[in-house]
Design a protein around this ligand. Structure first.
Ligand SMILES: [Zn+2]
Length: 314
């Protein structure tokens, strides 16, 4: 008994000692206390942004990672590889310019511009990169479409969302949610080097600080004109972000990886093993469901599958 307890303590201390941040790059805080706990019921933007989703790649991932298979609604579902996709999104504001959500994928990934592998062999062995079917790479897409990116919002810093970051100009701010970088976890020991390389040399990393407990949900009107709302939805990772973008004829709700799949959204089942804090992810998914019920929404975008049309309420 003593030894078991000792082991538990020993490994606990060891895990704590080796816990580290998801990236060792420095951050600048973006401090704002102008957040609210909920999305306003009545949203009347002074102007609308244009919103676009770009499919970057098709891929496959473990269903037990994408969905909590212990959820009673998931009865009968077994772990297997599930078809998924990788996306980035473009948010074009008439006055402030174009922003991206997530970073797409760099050319020749997983090799970088210098031909060296961007991810460690342990990460590569776990991520089935051989199954990636790539349609668009970030720098080429942005040049081809003459997009001058003013900033990137990361839904979170899991590797599959940072695969194109190193191709972005170093001056462009990379915005992440509260505590996304500054929280420490044991798992980061295995991914930090890869995340560092994918974010590229000295990234302009900016971490939102909404002046409250980072476990709390927060809503932030980024441009201050009700055209684009950042939803701080912790759980999947400490600083996971979702987005609500008002549009004529119904808005867009970008879930990030608070919900990866179409089935997960329809059934209200949270992600499984890919999520850091299941309890907080549950709370955040319930909040997003409530946003969808109380606002006119045209499309809901799960983190890794195609958007879902939502019937308008009127
Ligand atoms: Zn993801």
């Amino acid at each position: 008994m003593f030894f078991k307890r000792f082991d538990f303590l020993f490994y606990g201390v060891l895990a704590l000692a080796f816990s580290c941040q998801v990236t060792s790059h420095k951050i600048k805080p973006y401090i704002s206390d102008k957040t609210s706990a909920t999305l306003p019921n009545l949203i009347l933007p002074k102007q609308y942004v244009t919103f676009q989703v770009v499919k970057v790649a098709d891929w496959e991932a473990s269903l037990a990672g994408l969905l909590d298979l212990d959820d009673p609604k998931a009865i009968g579902l077994k772990d297997r590889l599930e078809p998924i996709s990788i996306y980035f999104y473009l948010v074009k504001h008439p006055k402030f310019g174009t922003y991206m959500i997530d970073s797409g994928m760099g050319k020749n990934f997983p090799k970088g511009e210098d031909g060296k592998s961007l991810v460690s062999s342990i990460v590569e062995s776990q991520m089935h990169f051989e199954k990636l079917k790539v349609y668009e790479t970030t720098k080429t897409y942005l040049q081809k479409n003459k997009v001058d990116v003013k900033g990137i919002f990361f839904t979170h810093l899991h590797l599959d969302h940072t695969l194109g970051a190193y191709e972005i100009d170093r001056s462009v701010p990379f915005y992440v949610g509260p505590s996304e970088v500054t929280s420490r976890q044991f798992i980061n020991l295995f991914v930090q080097g890869s995340t560092d390389r994918l974010l590229g040399e000295i990234p302009n990393l900016v971490q939102f600080d909404f002046g409250k407990n980072s476990n709390e949900i927060a809503v932030f009107d980024f441009f201050g004109d009700q055209s684009f709302f950042i939803l701080s939805v912790p759980g999947h990772t400490p600083g996971s972000l979702a987005f609500y973008i008002p549009a004529k004829g119904g808005g867009h709700l970008v879930l990030g990886d608070s919900c990866h799949t179409q089935w997960g959204w329809k059934e209200g089942v949270t992600p499984g093993k890919f999520t850091t804090n299941a309890k907080l992810n549950r709370k955040s998914l319930d909040f997003l469901k409530q946003v969808a019920e109380t606002h006119e929404i045209q499309f809901v975008y799960p983190g890794h599958q195609d958007r879902i049309s939502t019937p308008l309420k009127k």
